[in-house]
Design a binder for this molecule. Sequence first.
Ligand code: ATP
Length: 364
Amino acid sequence: MSEPFLRIDRVSKHFGTFQAVQDVTLDIAKGEIFGLLGGSGCGKTTLLRMLAGFEEPTAGRIFLDGRDMAGVPPWERPVHMMFQSYALFPHMTVEKNIAYGLKHERALTRTQRADRVAEMLDLVQLTAFAGRKPHQISGGQRQRVALARALARQPKLLLLDEPLAALDKKLREHTQFELMSIQERTGVTFIVVTHDQEEAMTLSDRIAVMDRGQVMQVGTPTEIYEFPASRFVAGFIGSVNSFDATVLSRSADGLRLDVPALGGEVTARDVPAAVPGQGVTLAIRPEKLRITKDRPEGGNAVAGQVKDLAYFGKDSLYRIALPGALVQAHAVNARRGDEGARVADWDDTVWVAFDPSAAIVLVD
Ligand code: ATP
């Protein structure tokens, strides 16, 4: 592999005896949108601050575009950090706020400066709002001003700490796509910190899931969702039904497991690390469970009873009592008919089926 654009090499940060970031190694490619995802206090912001140069690592090294960042002060790094609060100046116009991003660019002439600001206003589609003050524009527009100011310096790496947290849900969804489009047009590498898994999945080319200062898994959104490597990641990303299981045998079809909560044996996806006799966790996403009235032929099928359901229009969420567990199943509603819209109703006796490929075996 060619040299990565950003290499975080065994980086740790301790505050006294507290380890905020522990032995993190990540390689990030040029032009990627890379998501750092994790709960509150897991070390995401501390990692960003080390990339920006506001904190020095206790151990490990950071290389950006081949250059060791040790001892390089923030203003000399080709990095910009956009804060959650946006930190706009209330008394300055949108245009002046963006121009402020260029205050350290001494080499620029007046005309070059004005051109750059105009280019940024155009990039974030705020040319018509250039003369307004921050309180005279919407939350989404303020976010774009902060983005324009951050990009004005033409950083190689833009760090965004919870960039959409200040926006309401609807605006957040719209802004996610805008952010992706701006990133694509500029080609700047983005690292986005978020605690919101849907946001991370939408925005990111790849995601690092963090817990207690450590990176638990790195992968594309699909890899992280479909192939979680641990119980923590499976539970953190999306919903999951989890069961204690014991490995019985391995065959060409997959792993045979004994799962008491499902009333006996099931076949699951093969995992090289699993050995017969071993206790493991079986994890199945709610939308991978199929609900049928009649017993399906072959494969994994368990009889149960619908205990509860929530109708969302296009789909429904069912809680189904199986021999030793209450599971969640998510099913798309049928397109026609009032009666037939749901695949099952309260108290119905149903079969719950799943493909071995949808049954994730976690050995941690
Ligand atoms: P959040 O989503 O809540 O912002 P985070 O994942 O960004 O969380 P960090 O801000 O990186 O978390 O903090 C990680 C841990 O390090 C926290 O427990 C925090 O209290 C601690 N921490 C951060 N900065 C310092 C500091 N300067 N001194 C001592 N402890 C700190």
